[in-house]
Design a protein around this ligand. Structure first.
Ligand SMILES: [Zn+2]
Length: 89
């Protein structure tokens, strides 16, 4: 037997799961319509951003995460050497 933490939390989780499953069953077109419909809520806005799947930082326009793409061997106590071609200068 296990105890459920709180009935209210369980209810919210189930409702969210139901919504998620509903979204998963929709086609892309239906999902897009759903999003547009939800966006009529003035409290919501569509934010297009990329986040690193590892550290969840907001990423710049393109490229890899500047934090997670570093070599693991680069530790703080080592001297940091930036090597970059200066061709444009
Ligand atoms: Zn990252």
């Amino acid at each position: 037997m296990f105890q459920i933490q709180s009935p209210s939390i369980r209810t919210v989780t189930t409702a969210h799961l139901t919504q998620t499953m509903t979204l998963l069953n929709q086609t892309v077109g239906e999902l897009y319509q759903q999003i547009q419909q939800e966006l009529t809520n003035p409290a919501l806005e569509l934010v297009e951003e990329r986040r690193c799947p590892t550290c969840h930082r907001v990423l710049p326009g393109h490229g890899e995460c500047p934090v997670c793409s570093r070599p693991v061997s680069m530790q703080a106590e080592e001297p940091v050497v930036f090597v970059s071609p200066r061709e444009e200068f």
